[in-house]
Design a protein around this ligand. Sequence first.
Ligand code: FEO
Length: 404
Amino acid sequence: MKAIEIKKDIYWVGAIDWAVRDFHGYITPRGTTYNNYLIMDKDITLIDTVKYDFAEIMMKNISSVTDPSKIKNVVINHIENDHATSLDRIMELVPSAKIYITEKGRKGLERFFDVSRWNINIVKTGDTLNTGTRTLLFIETPMLHWPDSMMTYVKEDKVLISQDAFGQHIASAVRFDDEFVTCESMSELEDGVIDYYANILMPFGQLIKAKIAEIQKLGLPIEMIAPDHGIIWRANPQKVLQMYLDMASGKANLSVSVIYDTMWHSTEHMTLPIMQGIKEEGVECKVIKLRATPMSMAIKEFWKSRGCLLGTPTLNNIMYPSVAEFLTHLRGLRPRNRIVGAFGSYGWGGGAVKEAYEEFKRMGLEVFEPGLQVLYRPSREDEERCYNFGREFAKKVKEYHERF
Ligand code: FEO
């Protein structure tokens, strides 16, 4: 593998992880990439590293451009393991290189490495680094994705190196958005952006809006956005900025996700008339069975739709475990601007639907009440109740959607 020039004298020197399917519990059916960048200037500067398994690939890529021992500066935009765990490999080679990192980044780095002999320079928003003919401007982006995170803007080239933000877990033979759209599709790329945002950045919508506004206020022209995962935005960087602004502002499809699990197919049986009722109201609907669907995909489908109906059987008077697991994931992601309801079958005293509503309220979601419960097995009358439940929910979803 060779480095790929993304702008004159700026190279992608990262690695493609075709095989990763479980990224700290987030399912990645398309694999991912660990992007990092080398700026060939008077002072050669490396921005981020890669996951430790790929350190040798990174070194080969750097070597295809220059002798790695000539690196003078290392910028660490983000210390999470997938980006910083090859840093010691670089520092072995260039122990006198200057590291540029946020204060929180330095504190984190100390927990992963012995940094006592490293030349660490703390930077904050507005600080710059001159590399010879270029000026790197640092912009702190705490919580996008970790407290340490920052972005690096290359002024002369108008490139925003954005670490996790604007990335996607997509492994591909191509590096750029225009190439990807040609060999795959824009919808596949959009899906990668939404999937990443839903599973990683959903809790930080307000911060994202504020940070994009801050960047826009700085008046920085952006010709390219180079994230640390997936495809680089060179043809249309405004596209991903707008997608982030839309998602952070609560934009969603006028559709419903029906996310359920089932023991003896009774709750599953309920989903069909519910789906028909939803569609009868002119609202699109997608049905997702937990345990048959990776959790991160269920989260993405939840996020894409304005409404969600959650189906859970009662097991020992509480929610079905896979449904409870889904809600635990969801609660951590602090969803907003969605309307939800619950349904399910029970055999003894019930309890799952009530518990689901307690969770919804704890999360501060808009709720559609009452939920719908069916004893043992849906009868014909119960199917009618399910259909009407779906219809009434879809009506509420349409009303609620008007607010956005
Ligand atoms: Fe790709 Fe937050 O690490």
